[in-house]
Design a protein around this ligand. Structure first.
Ligand SMILES: NC(=O)c1ccc[n+]([C@@H]2O[C@H](COP(=O)([O-])OP(=O)(O)OC[C@H]3O[C@@H](n4cnc5c(N)ncnc54)[C@H](OP(=O)(O)O)[C@@H]3O)[C@@H](O)[C@H]2O)c1
Length: 304
């Protein structure tokens, strides 16, 4: 018991010292690549980082959306670096190394990669086809790993210092919920991949100081839920998360992420208090957690 208290006090002191002496490395004017910048969180991140005069490289499939965003931003600040756009389907991750993106990576050292593109699901394990499981993993995990490897190789070759890899996970990457099995699993995989990578970089390239940051937000008001429903041909809007009154605005989450990049954070959870409690319960009192979650899901389904 005394040992446990000593360890807890030690950890709290270390955390406090880290908070007090954390160093800020400004992102102003840096080159930032954002995947999934055509809507939601990616779009909000693009706005924030453009205002910091970053050279943006924006990726998505809907090029018209990216063009509208670029026009809006450049009209606002004509003298700031014009964002570069790449229309790409990232789920074809096998073709990434032969895409036009490679040409940009060859000439443009990326200071910060934000792996943000993602898709979700709204169905039980039994109702989810293997095609959907595959699609979720191809985009949320395989493309993230492929792009990270491509960008990281260049960062290391060019001996860049203080760069960042930011992986947008989710609260569901820490605690799974019903009807999101593959989405939650893909985000758990992102967390594990990022943890391994952070340790490897710390061990092998300490002088380059490449930070790996995982962002785990709770619900955000974006198109994620609607896109999931469309893909499953299920138009039951009541199932969308973004209608939840507690959902965060993308702008707020983007601001927190930019802050996390500048302060070189490792793991950032953006969630209300009860969701921190859920993480704790899942770990230390799993049977209580599962009982609560089953009852909660029944109640939610009965309301619909
Ligand atoms: N919304 C939430 O409640 C929430 C909570 C926690 C974490 N997150 C995470 O936040 C990230 C951003 O999602 P969001 O909420 O902003 O949703 P969103 O508005 O639906 O944005 C998703 C983005 O991903 C892009 N994308 C989807 N499929 C793609 C593909 N095959 N190739 C390239 N780009 C693709 C979309 O662009 P195109 O369709 O134009 O390709 C879009 O720009 C995701 O990783 C998500 O898991 C969201």
């Amino acid at each position: 018991m005394i040992g446990l208290i000593a360890v807890s006090v030690g950890c709290c002191s270390l955390l406090l010292l880290r908070l007090l002496f954390r160093k800020r490395i400004s992102i102003n004017g840096k080159t930032v690549l954002i995947t999934g910048a055509s809507s939601g969180l990616g779009e909000a991140l693009a706005r924030h980082l453009f205002n910091k005069q970053c050279q943006l490289i924006l990726l998505a499939r809907r090029i018209d959306r990216l063009e509208n965003l670029r026009n809006e931003l450049t009209n606002l600040h004509p003298s700031y670096p014009q964002p570069k756009l790449v229309q790409i389907d990232l789920s074809n991750y096998e073709q990434l190394s032969s895409s036009t993106l490679m040409n940009i990576l060859e000439h443009e050292p990326i200071d910060c990669l934000i792996n943000n593109a993602g898709i979700s699901q709204r169905s039980s394990v039994l109702d989810t086809s293997m095609d959907i499981v595959n699609d979720i993993f191809r985009l949320n995990y395989m493309s993230l790993v492929t792009l990270t490897k491509l960008v990281l190789t260049k960062m290391i070759e060019k001996k860049q210092k203080n760069s960042s890899i930011v992986n947008i996970s989710s609260m569901q990457g820490l605690v799974a919920v019903p009807d999101r099995s593959s989405y939650s699993a893909s985000k758990h995989a992102v967390q594990a991949f990022s943890d391994s990578l952070r340790m490897e970089l710390g061990e092998q390239y300490p002088k380059q100081n490449i930070n790996v940051c995982v962002i785990s937000p709770s619900y955000i008001r974006t198109e994620l839920g609607q896109q999931a429903l469309n893909r499953m041909h299920n138009k039951d809007e009541k199932l969308t998360d973004d209608k939840k009154s507690s959902a965060y605005e993308p702008d707020y989450v983007a601001e927190r992420i930019v802050n996390a990049i500048e302060y070189r954070e490792h793991d950032v959870i953006i969630a209300p208090f009860q969701q921190y409690l859920a993480i704790w319960l899942r770990r230390f009192l799993p049977s209580v957690f599962f009982t609560i979650m089953i009852a909660r899901n029944k109640r939610l389904k009965a309301k619909k």
